[in-house]
Design a protein. Sequence first.
Length: 409
Amino acid sequence: MKTKTYFQLSFMMFLEFFIWGGWFVTLGTYLANNLQANGVESAMAFSTQSWGAIIAPFIIGLIADRFFNAEKILGVLHLIGAVLMYLMYQTTDFAGFYPYVLGYMIAYMPTLALVNSISFNQMTDPSKQFSFIRVFGTIGWIIAGLLISFIGWDAKEAAEEGMLKNTFLMTAIASAVLGVFSFALPKTPPTVAKGEKITISDILGLDAISLLKNKNFLMFFISSILICIPLAFYYQNANPFLSEIGVDKPTAKMAIGQGSEVLFMLLLPVFFMRFGFKKTLMAGMLAWTIRYLLFAYGNAGDLSFMLLIGIALHGLCYDFFFVAGQIYTDSKAGPKAKSAAQGLITLATYGVGMLIGFYIAGIITDQFTNADNTHLWEKIWVYPAGFAFVVMLLFTIFFKNEKVEYKQS
């Protein structure tokens, strides 16, 4: 791969995840402080990610894969996103904010598949080359968090004064830059030949539904949906929680989680080969329980180390369940059903699972919200901790141990 192409793809990945991390992490804090959104309204805003994930396959399958180059679709979607993000920046109430954030996520979520497609199309050996491109996405997310904290937009007083509003302007500018830059990316033509039929079953990955006849895969599939409920609590409540209890530079500290993703991604093949698939997933689910207990009983003072450990467990929580699960899914699907199987799992987790998770997180958060809009965080965090533990027990009992070969992609 040429040096120019490497730079283009790396910059694309950097901006793609800088954009996501530049507003989504602090969204809950902004909604509570500036739009006076309650837990259910906050859940509605975060659920737009799930609606975007559900609608994304149709945009990719019916438009990008058939009629237009991927880089051109990427550019158009990010330019649309820049406009919607700017409108979010100007909005002063939740009723006006929600349609824009919904529209934005419907435009943004398909771009996650498009940047991968553009990257893979330029690679001679994706198994060796992709990770060196994708890591710039993680760096972009981390830089966004550090920037927000060190400028001071997420400081408790600044957040209450509405400074987090600037994250939408920052993201709008980044989206516009990526939108324009996308048209200069290497050409990635449609993957489906003109006239070739594509069905709804193909788009949603339903061709892989027969995998659910396998009891182990069915248990894994159900666990994947259920574990998204505690995951939703983290996305929706972690930043508001850290900000409310007075943690200094909360968004920068949350970037520790992305750093740990890189570390645990490197540890995953070692753990996978030594302990096997079942124990790997069990470790991931147990980490969710430990993380939330650390959040429940830690504080911004002498027990702040508990909060930092909880954040740092993000890599173990995510990689040891979701990435390991992608490997398991790949191993169970036949050659013709690999893409369909991955699509089905993505739809089930980021679509259905997260949609349910955000809704439940919103209800429970509202139940433990005081009259002054502060929260009983200890009680809130105990719920996802207990739920993750129950899911782990069910998985441990009903998933029969089997050997799964580790395939690093």
